[in-house]
Design a binder for this molecule. Structure first.
Ligand SMILES: Cc1ncc(C[n+]2csc(CCOP(=O)(O)OP(=O)(O)O)c2C)c(N)n1
Ligand SMILES: [Mg+2]
Length: 563
């Protein structure tokens, strides 16, 4: 006979036994017994209260990205769950293991549209990998184990678990589950001989990495194979940390703002070996670099879920496998000579080096973000974790920052603003000894700036760098291209970010000139707690390559020609 426990305690015990050491929440009265259960685990399971559920969900998502194990987020009923939805969406698009636990009304009230009741299945059905409601306290161990397993297996993703309130307060004598085991398909050995054969017939092969879960070992093995075969390796959107960007085989990222020369190389490849990525709208430049359903490149698609292989693109060789087991077998089974393409690999590498070298900062007004990336890279150790959200400022991060190790980039493939700051919470909590920097635009920062309070409360020495251009530049850029000089909805009147950060108790400085950045960054690094650096950037610097006025003038000229 197992000891009697409340549902809340039983659930907390399950989280702990599945290895959860960190959870993010905004409390709700709907799950008080679970909070109480977590009280007894407070030494081994750190519960971090965020100020907004969007941040809690994003932080939990980021912890899932870093560990490969489900990040855990706990929120209350309708308002908490809907606030948290953005993290579920990012976990979906980024294929990140995430558990969202949601307080729900008692079973006896279900279906009456009771206070804050929502149908989680309907709300999350299209974005979550699974939505479960626990129907009986005795089934808590079963449902939680099932949620962990589903979130972490195959193509990883978010699972939502609904917790009717009465289930958490009732007692149960149900025994614990055993620790979940994630399942990942392993490659068929015959596929390696096929891959080798394809490589032996290729002239312009290209490897595209993405998806996951990767780990340091898989990343090292993959790099060693690519280096030995002199194969050019590109990273997919916001997965730039899979191979060391300093390696000769690395040729850049196929993300937003892709190097046109890289795009051309993908278009011209005769063999494209995609290991892990989903081949999304971004990497394929709206499905043009590869044409669906049968791409002009011979496609090898390695992916851990049969539902994705052949969904948009029919590969010549589809390999149902996790990237880790695939990478483990590569070196031994698919060694080929790189003679035929080594020159192309070197040329692609020099294209990348030229592309990723920040131009000399112009003495004109505003802080130069290219130079900021150069200083940040020079100052930080290789294992520093760089977080960002969405906005044109990320074009500089992605292009000019060189990632040196797996697990150092936290950025949403979902393109969600407000991600970088909460992601940095997870990074610093999981890796207290490492440097963590969160980049944000002025718009992006204001979607999660309240989490400065969480950084202070948890004593996290994160450095937040806000690129303030007083506008939502991404949208302004598209606006100027399509509706030149008709600016609406994209200007921002901002608070004084330095005063705001100081009010939270955060070390803060404003940088107005490029050369002031490096010393400010050094001071931020030696600050005792969190720090914020506001960069006043020039509105003219719309992207690393386009100015605002040229963008407008070109669009106007194009319209005049059409008229
Ligand atoms: C949650 C969310 N809302 C809206 C958008 C659309 N969007 C993409 S980038 C952007 C502007 C970002 O502004 P800012 O953070 O200031 O960066 P900037 O582009 O100015 O560098 C907007 C509104 C989005 N991607 N995500
Ligand atoms: Mg901005």
């Amino acid at each position: 006979m197992t000891a009697r426990r409340t549902g809340g305690r039983l659930l907390a015990d399950q989280l702990a036994l599945h290895g959860c050491e960190l959870a993010f929440c905004v409390p709700g009265e709907s799950y008080l017994p679970l909070l109480d259960g977590l009280f007894d685990h407070r030494d081994g399971l750190r519960l971090v209260t965020c100020r907004h559920e969007a941040a809690a969900a994003n932080a939990a998502e980021a912890s899932g990205k870093l560990t490969g194990r489900p990040g855990v987020c706990i929120v209350t009923r309708g308002p908490g769950a809907t606030h948290a939805a953005v993290g579920v969406h990012t976990a979906r698009q980024d294929s990140t293991p995430l558990l969202l636990l949601v307080g729900q009304v008692a079973r006896s009230q279900r279906g009456r549209e009771a206070f804050q009741e929502i149908e989680l299945e309907q709300v999350f059905g299209s974005i979550a990998k699974g939505v479960f409601e626990i129907s009986d306290p005795d089934r808590i161990p079963e449902v939680v184990a099932s949620a962990f397993t589903l979130a972490a297996s195959g193509r990883q993703g978010p699972v939502v678990v609904s917790l009717p309130e009465d289930i958490l307060s009732q007692d149960s004598t149900a025994p614990d589950a055993q620790r979940y085991a994630a399942r990942e398909p392993a490659p068929d050995p015959n596929h390696f001989s096929e891959l080798k054969r394809l490589l032996e017939g290729a002239h312009r092969p290209l490897v595209l990495l993405g998806g996951g879960p990767w780990n340091a070992e898989a990343s090292t093995r993959l790099s060693a194979w690519a280096q030995a075969c002199e194969l050019p390796v590109a990273a997919s959107f916001r997965r730039q940390d899979i191979v060391d960007n300093q390696l000769g085989c690395y040729i850049g990222d196929a993300g937003l703002g892709m190097n046109p020369r890289l795009a051309q190389r993908i278009r011209e490849a005769d063999l494209l070996i995609a290991i892990g990525p989903r081949l999304t709208e971004v990497e394929t430049q709206s499905y043009t670099l590869l044409r669906p359903p049968v791409p002009q490149q011979m496609l090898v698609h390695v992916y851990p879920d049969a539902r994705e292989i052949g969904r948009v693109y029919q590969p010549r060789l589809g390999v149902l496998a996790g990237v880790r087991s695939f990478a483990a077998a590569l070196e031994a089974s698919a060694q080929v000579s790189g003679e035929r393409w080594a020159d192309r690999t070197r040329a692609a590498r020099s294209d990348y080096e030229a592309w990723s070298r920040p131009p000399k900062p112009s003495p004109s007004s505003g802080v130069d973000l290219g130079d900021v990336m150069r200083s940040v890279r020079a100052e930080l150790p290789d294992d520093a974790i760089i977080c960002s959200g969405a906005g044109n400022y990320t074009l500089w991060v992605h292009r000019f920052f060189r990632y040196r190790r797996w697990g150092t980039q936290l950025a949403p493939q979902s393109g969600s603003m407000g991600y970088g700051v909460p992601a940095s919470l997870a990074a610093q909590l999981l890796h207290p000894e490492r440097a963590v920097v969160a980049f944000a635009g002025d718009g992006c920062f204001q979607m999660a700036g309240q989490e400065l309070a969480t950084m202070v409360q948890e004593r996290l020495p994160i450095i937040v760098i806000v690129a303030n251009n007083r506008m939502l530049a991404t949208i302004r850029m598209h606006q100027e291209r399509r509706f030149p000089a008709r600016v609406i909805g994209t200007d921002l009147v901002n608070p004084d970010f330095v005063a705001l950060a100081r009010a939270y108790g955060v070390h803060a400085e404003r940088v107005e000139r490029t050369e002031e950045f490096a010393p400010a960054f050094t001071r931020a690094r030696s600050a005792a707690g969190p720090a914020l650096i506001e960069l006043l950037t020039d509105q003219e610097a719309l992207t690393p390559v386009a100015s605002l006025s040229d963008t407008r003038a070109q669009a106007q000229a194009a319209m005049a020609t059409r008229a």
